[in-house]
Design a protein around this ligand. Structure first.
Ligand code: NAD
Length: 276
């Protein structure tokens, strides 16, 4: 029997990267999946956009893992769209037990280069989008009265700062406040709310030309391998990054009954970066 057998999980940002990893693993552990992704460009995002083909590949992998899936192109900034997708998922699978608010973008900017438009876009997606996901996903949980588990994806930049990326850092800190407030409000309904804080994860978010150039401005066309040394310096353990599947292990624990009395925690998966 899987760790989340018979459960239904609503996951945002599921077209690729960590969101896809969570969807495929939860399906392998017995869950059905309601998946959302923008599958399109965001002006300020450093990474190239995910595509509809990426989301289709997630569908394929979830089904190959034995899960059923409702996958929709939708924007976490659109509260009504989140409610519509969740309603569709509830129609298909009967309920929602798990919410993973994972969709997010990162930018490459500093305090005086973060324009008001960039600030607004990052806060809208990385904080308001998490609020929209949380509210849309937990309404049917509360109505069903059978409890549940919510994981909000923050970052090590939700627990500390490193200079630069002010909007990203503020949004990810905001996610911690939202998590704590929601843990209070949802506890009477036996719904747990926790946050995970990845360090460097090997996805498009760090493996893109903007990030490569940020760490190695001395090279004409730096690659991910060229920035491994720079990325390693923030970590205690001597590795540059974790894989999406490493974050999934923590998420799976938080959404499974193995953590049934854990709520309101901030769980880093960061090679020790937050204590360095
Ligand atoms: N990769 C890292 O190093 C790292 C570190 C710490 C935290 N994180 C966080 O992990 C989460 C997942 O990121 P990832 O590493 O898998 O990167 P990723 O870029 O591969 O995946 C992010 C996904 O979110 C989707 N998305 C973006 N804006 C959206 C919107 N408005 N509506 C719906 N979907 C949207 C993208 O299309 C993409 O598929 C993010 O919240 C990110 O901030 C990542």
């Amino acid at each position: 029997m899987g760790a989340v057998e018979g459960k239904v999980a609503f996951i945002t940002g599921a077209a690729r990267g960590q969101g896809r990893s969570h969807a495929v693993r939860l399906a392998a552990e017995g869950a059905d999946i309601i998946a959302v992704d923008l599958c399109g460009p965001v002006a300020s995002a450093a990474a190239p956009p995910a595509t509809r083909a990426d989301l289709d590949e997630t569908v394929h992998r979830v089904e190959a893992a034995g899960g059923r899936i409702v996958a929709r192109v939708a924007d976490v900034r659109d509260h009504a769209a989140m409610e519509e997708v969740v309603a569709e998922g509830v129609d298909a699978f009967g309920t929602v037990d798990i919410v993973i608010a994972n969709a997010g973008i990162s930018t490459v900017d500093g305090l005086f280069t973060c324009t008001p438009d960039v600030w607004r876009e990052v806060i809208d997606i990385n904080l308001t989008g998490v609020f929209n996901t949380l509210v849309a996903g937990t309404k049917p949980m509360v109505a069903a009265g059978s409890g549940g588990s919510v994981v909000l994806v923050s970052s090590i930049m939700g627990l500390r700062a490193a200079g630069g990326i002010p909007a990203y850092t503020a949004a990810k800190h905001g996610v911690v406040g939202l998590m704590r407030a929601a843990a209070h409000d949802l506890a009477p309904h036996r719904i747990r709310v926790n946050a995970v804080h990845p360090g460097n994860v090997r996805t498009a978010m760090i493996d893109n030309p903007g990030m490569h150039a940020l760490f190695r401005p001395d090279l004409a066309e730096p690659t991910l391998d060229d920035i491994a040394g720079g990325l390693s310096t923030i970590n205690l353990l001597p590795e540059p990054w974790v894989e999406p599947e490493d974050v999934t292990e923590a998420v799976l624990w938080l959404v499974s009954d193995a953590s049934r009395f854990v709520t309101g925690v901030t769980l880093p998966v960061d090679l020790g970066a937050t204590v360095k």
